[in-house]
Design a protein around this ligand. Structure first.
Ligand SMILES: *[C@@H]1O[C@H](CO)[C@@H](O)[C@H](O)[C@H]1NC(C)=O
Ligand SMILES: *[C@@H]1O[C@H](CO)[C@@H](O)[C@H](O)[C@H]1NC(C)=O
Ligand SMILES: *[C@@H]1O[C@H](CO)[C@@H](O)[C@H](O)[C@H]1NC(C)=O
Ligand SMILES: *[C@@H]1O[C@H](CO)[C@@H](O)[C@H](O)[C@H]1NC(C)=O
Ligand SMILES: *[C@@H]1O[C@H](CO)[C@@H](O)[C@H](O)[C@H]1NC(C)=O
Length: 519
């Protein structure tokens, strides 16, 4: 084990950490694999089970190599993406030969590798179980499953079976520990939604309890948020097949924001298909992450990283709030030592917004607001014209505020946008967002377009009076890299995010709020 390990230079530190004993130093080693799946050339055509198994076998061969590679690097758990084994673009009937049967009762009692004879049509889960067992590693993968039903059952489909988009978690001994059936399907006509959302959990000796959900689920309350809150989870496994959408919903950007917002570690494995906009996987903690995003090259990518079991609470405590107070106060026109109420400062800013401000040069009059479509939503924007300034923009019940100073001046156009409404394209969900974005070009109509590179460095404080407590702080920099806020958190019913000096040019800094009750 060690000899193999030493051959891999990147593994040097990991080996040292692992040799100290799994979990003893409060860390564990996780792996995620971004997989370029071998797809059926004609997914809508009905094939025999044997042909389906053959195609899936080619993907499973790659999984097997990656499980071995991960285990050699000391990984205790590995996560594979959604649709990685069977692919996508099936119909309800054409996916049928690709489906395994999975018993949903008695979790932990069945070991598919050791007891393959217990159920028919379990070839895929048997192979996954054997990989886990042979490499003594916890394994999470996504596959299609079937569950026969009686046609007189009220929800039973006319073809007499349920078809689910399912994650399985297998223990290091190969036992089937938990199954999760995707609840928020994303236009997947091949699959059914389970009657009740699954709350899927499994225990590990190295990092306690993990919860799991899939892809589009990350945007909804059930089961993702309710699971984390109900069981106070700190570890999440997350198979996904996510099509990136800038500026606010790139995979790595949102995965990091989710980890930070809920103070959880996330092991996220995405499919790798750049032509479909699919890439972006990572091992995330609330304050640091190990990510992969690559639109250029083909093939898969294994990420192995050691992370702390317990997540350090992001600095939303009193100390950081005190600093907010100082900074905001410094930016107010009048500051008295007796009044430390930031609400007063906001009001003063509002009053000066239309007139002359002592601070913002080139701000003789407030910049014009305009509408532009961002990710199919009608955002209201104001441009960042001066070298520095204080901006405000409102829509419905949400007002967004920005104090900024450009540290590296460029001719790029940036704008502060607000949206407070129901998003209805490619899914229906209510969003409250304050977003500082780089525009696609120099005209207003380009604000909200997809941009991947930027050079401007902007020091800023961004805040808004959101009506939902569920705020995902986004901070995306040039080349789809991530950065972390200096401070963030609630104060006086406003959510704040501040950053001085991003590590690369700024693409997006946003407070993406989800108001679940209004969906
Ligand atoms: C799957 O569908 C997408 C569009 O929904 C299409 O772009 C892609 O080419 C299809 N892939 C295959 C393998 O059929
Ligand atoms: C599996 O299928 C075969 C052939 O259809 C059948 O004879 C056998 O009873 C089945 N086994 C189980 C465990 O359902
Ligand atoms: C965006 O919203 C504003 C205000 O409601 C409206 O005037 C404008 O026509 C909308 N733009 C589009 C493209 O729908
Ligand atoms: C947010 O602030 C604006 C401006 O002060 C106000 O009109 C709006 O009602 C506030 N929204 C909420 C939810 O308090
Ligand atoms: C940001 O950081 C730089 C370098 O540390 C410092 O010179 C500058 O004053 C800071 N700006 C703000 C607004 O705090």
């Amino acid at each position: 084990m060690v000899a193999v390990c030493w051959k891999l230079p990147i593994c040097f530190l990991l080996c040292q950490a692992v040799s100290g004993g799994a979990g003893r130093d409060g860390h564990y080693v996780a792996a995620v694999y971004e997989h370029e799946s071998i797809l059926s050339p004609a997914p809508a055509a009905r094939v025999e089970r044997r042909a389906a198994l053959q195609l899936m076998g080619r993907n499973l061969d790659i999984y097997e190599q990656q499980v071995l590679a991960a285990a050699r690097q000391g990984a205790q758990i590995i996560v594979f993406p959604e649709d990685g084994i069977h692919g996508f673009n099936f119909t309800r009937s054409s996916i049928y030969p690709y489906l395994d049967f999975i018993p949903y009762s008695h979790p932990g009692k069945w070991n598919p590798c050791r007891e393959p004879y217990l159920y028919n049509d379990t070839e895929v889960v048997q192979r996954l179980s054997c990989m886990a067992l042979q490499n003594k590693i916890f394994l999470v993968a996504n596959l299609g499953t079937k569950q026969p039903c009686e046609r007189r059952e009220p929800r039973c489909p006319p073809d007499g079976r349920f078809q689910f988009n399912t994650n399985v978690a297998l223990g290091a001994d190969g036992a089937l520990l938990a199954t999760y059936r995707k609840h928020n399907l994303y236009f997947e006509s091949a699959f059914d939604t389970p009657a009740q959302p699954d709350h899927a959990l499994f225990d590990t000796p190295f990092a306690g309890t993990f919860g799991m959900f899939t892809c589009f689920d990350i945007l909804f309350y059930e089961p993702a948020v309710s699971l984390i809150r109900q069981y106070n989870l700190k570890q999440i496994v997350y198979p996904t097949a996510w099509m990136n959408q800038l500026p606010l919903l790139s995979a790595v950007e949102f995965q990091q924001a989710f980890s930070t917002a809920f103070n959880v570690n996330i092991l996220a494995a995405n499919i790798h298909h750049p032509t479909l906009g699919m890439t972006g996987s990572g091992i995330y903690t609330p304050v640091k992450s190990f990510i992969y995003h690559n639109m250029e090259s083909y093939g898969g990518k294994l990420i192995v990283a050691e992370i702390p079991v317990t997540t350090a609470d992001y600095k939303t405590n009193l100390e950081s709030n005190e600093r907010f107070r100082e900074n905001l106060h410094g930016s107010c026109r009048t500051s008295t030592s007796t009044s430390l109420d930031d609400e007063v400062c906001f009001k003063e800013q509002e009053e000066t917004a239309g007139g002359v401000s002592e601070k913002g040069e080139g701000k003789e009059q407030s910049p014009p607001s305009f509408y532009a479509e961002m990710m199919y939503d009608n955002f209201t924007f104001v441009p960042l014209w001066g070298e520095k300034g204080e901006l405000q923009v409102c829509a419905n019940s949400l007002c967004c505020y920005l104090n900024y100073q450009k540290a590296v001046l460029t001719d790029e156009l940036y704008a502060l946008g607000v949206f407070d409404g129901l998003h209805t394209v490619h899914g229906t969900y209510y969003v409250q967002a304050c977003a500082l974005v780089k525009c696609g070009g120099l005209s207003f109509s380009t604000c909200g377009q997809e941009v991947t590179d930027a050079t401007a460095l902007i020091d800023f404080q961004l805040w808004g009076n959101m009506s939902t407590p569920y705020i995902f702080p986004l901070l995306l920099t040039s080349g789809i890299t991530l950065d972390f806020a200096d401070h963030m958190g609630w104060k006086n019913n406003h959510y704040f995010l501040s950053k001085n000096r991003t590590s690369a040019g700024l693409l997006t800094a946003a407070l993406y709020g989800r108001w679940y009750e209004k969906d």
